[in-house]
Design a protein around this ligand. Structure first.
Ligand SMILES: [Zn+2]
Length: 200
């Protein structure tokens, strides 16, 4: 997939540049954003489920560094997280990883957690998992990630929790978050991400 370099107003699809009122047209949504559930065990009994392989949607994931990412993430979340939330029957909380509002004016992980709670029994909670260490992991090695933990503080409830993030790479962040939740009395059931970088 490649995106058109200059996104022009609201009447062109970002992917095919065809006429569209939405930033990604219905045809491209169907072609590129029909989810398949991928799964990976991060540690004994703790799994991450993802809707897309990283390679499939990488250019769309990169839009989170600009303002159009809010709309792109809303569309991706609506085609994956929202449907999952509708089918999932266990009452639980969705807790996004590091959902501070970015420079672009929104939080992409909060958009995902919100979609999960739109239908069904999952309740999104925001600002409950706060990193003391604001390190950027993008492009960093597994060794770097391990030696620079986020040092999360957990301010969430003592119930069943679903951890939410956009990408899982080495799984370091999710393992750390899961441990902090358990220490705080929460019960992380599993993690949900848009994309898994282990699948290309
Ligand atoms: Zn299109």
């Amino acid at each position: 997939m490649r995106l058109w370099p200059a996104w022009r107003s609201g009447v062109r699809c970002l992917v095919c540049e065809g006429f569209s009122w939405q930033i990604i047209c219905r045809r491209c949504q169907k072609e590129f954003l029909t989810p398949t559930l991928l799964k990976r065990e991060l540690e004994e009994g703790f799994w991450v489920y993802s809707f897309y392989s990283y390679g499939e949607i990488a250019p769309l994931l990169h839009t989170k560094h600009s303002f159009i990412g809010a709309e792109v993430y809303r569309i991706m979340a609506s085609r994956s997280f929202r449907l999952f939330g509708r089918e999932f029957s266990l009452e639980s909380y969705a807790i996004p990883i590091d959902d501070r509002i970015g420079r672009e004016g929104y939080s992409h992980t909060a958009i995902l957690a919100h979609a999960l709670g739109q239908e069904g029994g999952i309740k999104p909670l925001y600002n409950r998992l706060i990193p003391r260490n604001r390190v950027h992991y993008s492009g960093k090695s597994r060794e770097y990630r391990l030696s620079h933990p986020r040092n999360f503080i957990y301010r969430g409830p003592k119930g069943s929790i679903i951890l939410v993030d956009d990408i899982v790479t080495t799984g370091t962040t999710l393992r750390e978050a899961s441990k902090v939740c358990r220490e705080g009395g929460g019960e992380p059931l599993f993690a949900l991400t848009l994309a898994d970088a282990a699948f290309r």
